[in-house]
Design a binder for this molecule. Structure first.
Ligand code: TIU
Length: 223
């Protein structure tokens, strides 16, 4: 498949590609979670959910591999460096009890992927202690076992976990595409800058595109 993208068209074979959905968790998208505890207005992020849902369904229907990530720590916080927990002066810290359970702790209500994008059987779900999806997870090994060379990214936030994951993927040899209308930041100018920097210098980190050409390629009958 070849789709319109920046800085030039993105070519991929569905059998060797994975859709990677970064941290579409209640903690980041709904009031009362980690995102709001850091002082952010979370309303902006909810707006991308329908576009993410359309891509997820089309990718699934086409038989592509799907990976979901969650920023999640063990209940004893043994995988949370003190530097991460103690940084700044947030209303609630990682591990504290908030309105949706303990902040960024695996298994808590706020740590779950939002119902609209819930994983189904056969999809890979990665709990990650860092911002990047590759650090201290088995993601690279899982992708290698599945013969994956190309990644299509969606999720939040653009300049933190999505960008970090794309940079990690780039250094591991993957070709990555970011879907611009399926990612969001609490700071719109950070999203714009991230999109621009990823694809600058001839695609130094990867490609960006809107979801429309991908949907058209995945569902030829809609063309
Ligand atoms: N998933 C993710 O991006 N984690 C963050 O902490 N993002 C912020 O923008 N704070």
């Amino acid at each position: 498949m070849l789709i319109a993208a920046q800085p030039f068209p993105f070519e991929f074979d569905l059998a060797h590609s994975a859709l990677v959905i970064i941290d579409m968790q209640r903690d980041f998208i709904e009031p009362g979670g980690f995102g709001e505890s850091l002082g952010n207005n979370v309303a902006l992020l909810e707006a991308i959910v329908p576009a993410c849902q359309a891509v997820l369904h089309a990718w699934r229907d086409a038989g592509g591999l799907v990976v979901h990530t969650r920023e999640a720590h063990a209940a004893d916080l043994s995988d949370c460096p003190p530097a991460k927990r103690l940084r700044g002066n947030p209303a609630l810290r990682i591990g504290d009890v908030g309105p949706m359970g303990r902040i960024l702790v695996a298994g808590e209500p706020g740590n779950q992927i939002i119902p609209a994008l819930s994983p189904v059987a056969g999809e890979i779900v990665i709990d990650k202690p860092g911002k990047g999806a590759f650090y201290a997870t088995g993601l690279h090994e899982s992708l290698q076992q599945n013969g994956i060379s190309h990644l299509v990214f969606m999720g939040v936030t653009t300049e933190v976990c999505v960008q970090t994951s794309m940079r990690e993927a780039n250094d591991r040899g993957y070709d990555s595409l970011l879907l611009e209308d399926c990612t969001e930041s609490y700071f719109p100018h950070f999203k714009a800058a991230t999109v621009e920097m990823l694809r600058a210098q001839g695609g130094i980190i990867g490609w960006t595109a809107t979801s429309a050409p991908l949907l058209a390629a995945l569902t030829p009958s809609r063309r």
